[in-house]
Design a protein around this ligand. Structure first.
Ligand SMILES: [Zn+2]
Ligand SMILES: [Zn+2]
Length: 207
């Protein structure tokens, strides 16, 4: 399962498709406005200026530390959600959620607790693949090469920014985005290693 699960991460898939289920980065401005950040793309809630991310509500630029602190906090929240380790039954009529891997492996223990009550299969609600993909997404929004090539997952609605503008913004924000990427990379390398390890656990679960 580990190797097969890696296949969709290959470069043949567009970011819009690959990161369809990944969450945008939520940011909170000092003015209290909250918005979803998705990189140098068109948004109604923020603009990337030559000097950083500017809140559309108050026109203030978010200081680098404000962005990196929130980025790190969100990454940790995703990781704790993953470690909570909830398994959920894929039979919608059952929907049992548990933190225990039953002695019956991937089979749902059902309401009776004996694995005879339900034909469902237990799956990780927040899988290692989903976590890894989420971190890859957070990395992508600070990847200026991806921005320049117009590969980022867009927001629905606003008209896309011109290529020339994106190019100029990418150059001006290279250092700032590099710092943000460093924050993600720190966790991504750990997670990548664990992702490979987790393949072993999944193989056990598939039996
Ligand atoms: Zn603001
Ligand atoms: Zn079930």
């Amino acid at each position: 399962a580990g190797v097969d699960a890696l296949a969709p991460l290959e470069s043949t898939v567009s970011d819009a498709e690959r990161f369809r289920d990944a969450a945008f980065l939520p940011l909170r401005c000092a003015c209290g406005a909250r918005f979803a950040f998705g990189g140098i793309v068109a948004s109604r809630d923020y603009v990337v200026s030559f000097h950083g991310i500017k809140c559309a509500a108050c026109a203030a630029v978010l200081p680098t530390l404000r962005v990196t602190a929130q980025l790190e906090r969100i990454i940790r929240a995703h990781i704790s959600r993953y470690y909570a380790g909830w398994l959920v039954c894929d039979d919608s009529a059952c929907g049992i959620a548990t933190r225990q891997i039953s002695v019956y492996g991937k089979r749902c223990i059902g309401l009776s607790g004996t694995a005879h009550g339900c034909k469902g299969i237990m799956r990780y609600r927040y899988s290692d693949k989903a976590l890894y993909n989420q971190l890859l997404y957070l990395d992508s929004i600070f990847d200026i090469e991806k921005a320049k090539k117009g590969l980022l997952k867009p927001f629905e609605g606003p008209e896309a920014l011109s290529h020339a503008l994106v190019e100029a913004l990418a150059v001006h924000n290279a250092v700032f985005f590099g710092v943000c990427r460093g924050v993600v990379q720190k966790y991504l390398s750990d997670c990548g290693r664990r992702y490979v390890d987790m393949g072993g656990l999944f193989n056990f679960m598939e039996k």
